[in-house]
Design a protein around this ligand. Structure first.
Ligand code: PEP
Ligand code: MN
Length: 281
């Protein structure tokens, strides 16, 4: 049974014969276009842990050709005892890293009450996988003035992801980027099962840009480069990749963080695959 979604249920997100939407992330002339000919690399640590690690990760991202810096100041951790993020201090550090590198900032917002605060510092809201169906949060970023990177829930179908995007669009924000980040299956070897077919499927179903996150999609740094290359080959408009200068010391998601050296080695290979499918990076 295929159960291909009916575009009529998400009229604003649906492809419906429209061309591809380009979402601009960032301020003024430095804005980055997601969904155009160039594949956009978004890189950075899972969490903002402090200035030094953030700055090192940001410099590595920039050197590898990333256009946007990622990093969570508010972290959705499974355990209440795990590092929860630096909050507003983390947002300040991200803004400082933007000043230093020129990279735009993508960061997660967990709570509708924090939308104005995150909006002040960030160039793009990330809605995390755990919040894909948090409708009050979707409505809140839908009323805000920054683009939204919307991650697929670990148990979310493509139709549910597109309906979540529909909430943001219907609330008045036209700038949504969809993100495949792996789904929960019976396979325990990888943290999630990276659903590569979601990339071309979402691009067929929707006019919105689609990016891929092979870091959460696999949970293992040794698998990230190959899946990143595969995602670009499959048509992804961008990649979200975690990088940390010292993954063994990371406060979250260390096992899936690329080192700066791995990211530097990956970049020219991504460029080659992008060129093979008629894109740049
Ligand atoms: C993240 O990007 O660090 C994150 C928490 O991702 P996800 O919501 O996909 O688990
Ligand atoms: Mn993470």
């Amino acid at each position: 049974m295929s159960g291909w979604p009916d575009e009529k249920s998400f009229p604003k997100a649906a492809r419906a014969g429209r061309g591809r939407t380009v979402v601009r992330i960032g301020r003024g002339a430095g804005a980055v276009e997601v969904g155009g000919a160039a594949v956009v690399l978004v890189a950075g640590p899972c969490a903002v842990e402090g200035w030094e690690t953030l700055a090192e990760a940001a410099r590595a991202a920039k050197a590898a050709g990333a256009r946007l810096l990622r990093g969570g100041a508010f972290k959705p951790r499974s355990s209440p005892y795990a590092f929860q993020g630096l909050g507003e201090e983390g947002l300040r550090l991200l803004a400082r890293a933007r000043e230093e590198t020129g990279l735009g900032v993508v960061t997660e917002v967990l709570d509708p009450r924090d939308v104005p605060l995150v909006e002040e510092y960030a160039d793009c809201f990330q809605i995390g996988a755990r919040n894909m169906q948090n409708q009050p949060l979707l409505r809140a970023v839908g009323r805000a003035r920054r683009p939204v990177l919307l991650k697929r829930a670990p148990s979310g179908t493509l139709e549910e992801l597109l309906l979540a995007a529909e909430y943001v669009l219907d609330s008045g924000n036209p700038d949504v980027v969809l993100c495949e980040r792996g789904i929960r299956t019976f396979e325990p070897a990888t943290r999630n099962t990276f659903d590569l077919s979601a990339v071309p499927a979402l691009r067929r179903l929707s006019h919105l840009p689609v990016i891929a996150d092979p870091s959460h999609g696999t949970g293992r740094r040794d698998l990230v480069p190959d899946m990143a290359l595969a995602a670009v080959a499959a048509g992804a408009d961008g990649l979200l990749v975690e990088v940390h200068p010292r993954p063994a010391e990371a406060l979250s998601d260390g096992p899936q963080a690329l080192t700066p050296a791995m990211l530097a080695e990956l970049a020219p290979r991504l460029r080659a695959v992008a060129a093979a499918v008629g894109r740049t990076l």
